[in-house]
Design a protein around this ligand. Structure first.
Ligand SMILES: [Zn+2]
Length: 297
């Protein structure tokens, strides 16, 4: 099974073994193929950072240059509006570890999650093959252009497509130490954000007097799970699709013991007041007023 790009830019899953001729068609620009980033055991050996616009692309160029100075080679590939940064791993890792590594790289350079997208998009595959990425040297079916690969220095990988292909057959990979270094950083940053969501759900909200008291009454009137389940479909273990981002894999979580919610993708969370502020896009005082009306306090 492999993905093929349609003329409108969307992707179709082809349920056939991949024949060499199809790859040659891809290189000739007859069709455009992609690759899934995770295998059936949710493992992969590739991280791709995707920049959708010129600004994000400039960030990726800086990242690749900084990584290069630290001894890690990554490959830049320009695209229709921005581009991709390819990082080949020395061995297979779990999707979750690959994504932690990716977040670690981005966090290290102060890049926000909504500026650059991470592939693979899933930690674990639950249904379907997950996210795909266009294979290098393919013609983009919408722009009809072919994009090459570059070193962080801005030089093309090689002068011709054939030579680039040969180089890419044995790419430089991220060594074990660099991988672990960034992965641990990514994990630590995520943990920090989770803790912040937890603290937020337990703080007196920084407000004084009337609204602080109201907030405490709201929080003790109903559990986060009970309230949120009226708006988000939750599994028995408290997982669901996050209503605050384009979620395909349940990233939204309720922690029943600590009584707060958290989305692993947005890295947002907190009490039911935080939930309502995001749901209604309103400020704290409005949320408190609305919730006390809803809960008839
Ligand atoms: Zn989310």
């Amino acid at each position: 099974m492999y993905p093929q790009q349609l003329a409108n830019g969307r992707w179709l899953a082809i349920h056939e073994p991949l024949h060499k001729d199809r790859l040659i068609d891809h290189l000739r620009g007859v069709t455009t193929l992609g690759a899934y980033l995770l295998d059936e055991s949710s493992q992969g050996r590739l991280l791709v950072l995707d920049a959708d616009d010129k600004v994000a692309w400039q960030w990726l160029v800086c990242v690749s240059q900084a990584l290069y100075l630290g001894g890690t080679t990554s490959y830049l590939e320009t695209s229709r509006r921005g581009g991709h940064l390819w990082l080949f791993l020395r061995r297979k890792y779990d999707g979750r570890a690959i994504r932690q590594f990716g977040w670690g790289v981005l966090a290290m350079f102060g890049i926000d999650k909504d500026v650059v997208e991470l592939f693979p998009k899933q930690d674990v595959l639950r249904h379907g093959p997950g996210s795909q990425i266009r294979l290098p040297f393919g013609v983009h079916q919408k722009s009809k252009k072919r994009y090459g690969l570059y070193y962080p220095t801005g030089q093309p990988l090689a002068a011709t497509l054939r030579e680039q292909l040969q180089l890419l057959a044995h790419p430089d990979t991220v060594d074990r130490w660099s991988f672990e270094y960034f992965r641990q950083h990514g994990e630590a940053v995520a943990e920090q954000k989770r803790k912040r969501a937890f603290t937020r759900s337990h703080r007196p909200d920084g407000h004084q007097g009337h609204f602080a008291q109201m907030a405490e009454r709201i929080k003790s009137a109903i559990s986060v799970r009970q309230f949120v389940s009226q708006y988000v479909e939750l599994s028995r273990s408290g997982k669901g699709l996050c209503p605050f981002h384009d979620d395909h894999d349940p990233s939204f979580n309720i922690n029943d013991d600590e009584n707060y919610w958290y989305c692993f993708a947005c890295e947002e969370g907190g009490s039911i007041i935080d939930f309502w502020m995001r749901w209604q896009r309103c400020d704290f005082v409005t949320a408190v007023n609305e919730l006390s009306a809803i809960l008839r306090l």
